[in-house]
Design a protein around this ligand. Structure first.
Ligand code: AMP
Ligand code: MG
Length: 291
């Protein structure tokens, strides 16, 4: 099934999160049956990212947003963690520092945008400024309500400069969130993940859902689409995200760049054919260029 199409939020369309099944599993019954497919996509992702890096002309920005415990960290680890670290940067956006808060809300984001050949992954993003800021009235409505257009313009600017943008909302149900919080409470190795605000923010679930719905429908554009990924099942989330990233990178029709040196000349100058022949016959190399 083509998940790019299925989960993409149509530009201008309305989104009702409570109508979208967070436990959707597609054709696979369980993780075991999906593993082979996930493995193929993550492997292909690695190859394509290498190509993006080699080509050095375009870039990819992946934005992850979710309710608390929605699986942003897990997605980075399992799906995107397979890419070559040299070409990937992960940024987590927290409560703005004093310096960040003294600038416009896109200032810190723009600095983290990927440069050519790179992949940038945002764990939270400028969307916090129309989510938490809206839910908790951190700024007045007349300020946050203008931000949707500002975000669309900002993203358009990045796209016009060669960045491909994919935005994933990892959709979990309210009961799944509670189950994950409980796991964190019960497992000492996960205690560090539970924060004081997790349970208190949960009380704002409906407000967050409304804020997400607004962001998803106002900011899913042809140039920078949002995808709502059913994420109760971590393996399904991994499958869908990796498939969509792979399809996007495939569509770029990337090619390894032409060599900047004359390969034929190097072959002749350093007698590469003879060296290979000698090596095959077990002969010792001779001559000053034969190491
Ligand atoms: P975590 O990702 O769990 O480490 O938490 C980061 C916290 O930073 C979350 O509570 C976010 O809502 C908060 N945060 C991120 N960006 C902003 C922002 N622009 N304004 C206010 N809070 C933010
Ligand atoms: Mg948290």
């Amino acid at each position: 099934m083509n998940y790019s199409e299925k989960f993409r939020v149509k530009p201008g369309g309305t989104v009702r999160l409570d109508k979208i099944d967070a436990a959707f599993k597609g054709k696979h019954e369980d993780q075991a049956s999906a593993l082979g497919e996930i493995e193929r996509y993550t492997q292909r992702l690695r190859e394509l990212q290498y190509l993006l890096y080699a080509e050095g002309s375009r870039s990819l920005l992946i934005i992850l947003q979710a309710m608390d415990a929605g699986g942003k960290d897990g997605t980075i680890n399992h799906v995107l963690g397979n890419m070559n670290p040299q070409g990937v940067n992960v940024f987590g956006f927290k409560v703005p520092s004093a310096e960040e808060a003294a600038h416009d809300f896109l200032w810190r984001i723009h600095q983290a945008a990927p440069h050519r050949g790179q992949v940038a992954i945002f764990n939270r993003s400028h969307y916090e400024d129309v989510l938490v800021s809206r839910v908790h009235n951190l700024v007045p409505k007349k300020v946050w309500s203008k931000r949707y257009d500002l975000i669309n313009d900002f993203e358009k600017n990045l796209v016009d400069n060669g960045t491909h943008i994919l935005k994933f909302y990892l959709h979990i149900s309210k009961s799944e969130q509670l189950r994950r919080f409980k796991q964190r409470i019960d497992d000492p190795a996960r205690h560090w993940k539970i924060s004081a605000s997790d349970y208190s923010e949960r009380e704002y679930w409906d407000d967050y859902a409304k804020a997400f719905e607004a962001a998803l429908s106002k900011c899913s554009t042809a140039h920078a689409p949002w995808f709502v990924i059913p994420a109760n099942h971590k393996w399904f989330r991994n499958l869908a995200v990796s498939q969509i990233v792979v399809e996007t990178l495939e569509s770029l029709k990337m090619e390894f760049p032409k060599p900047t040196v004359d390969i034929k000349e190097i072959r002749q100058k350093y007698h590469l054919a003879e060296q290979e022949e000698d090596a095959k016959n077990g002969k010792k190399p001779k001559g000053k260029n034969r190491k």
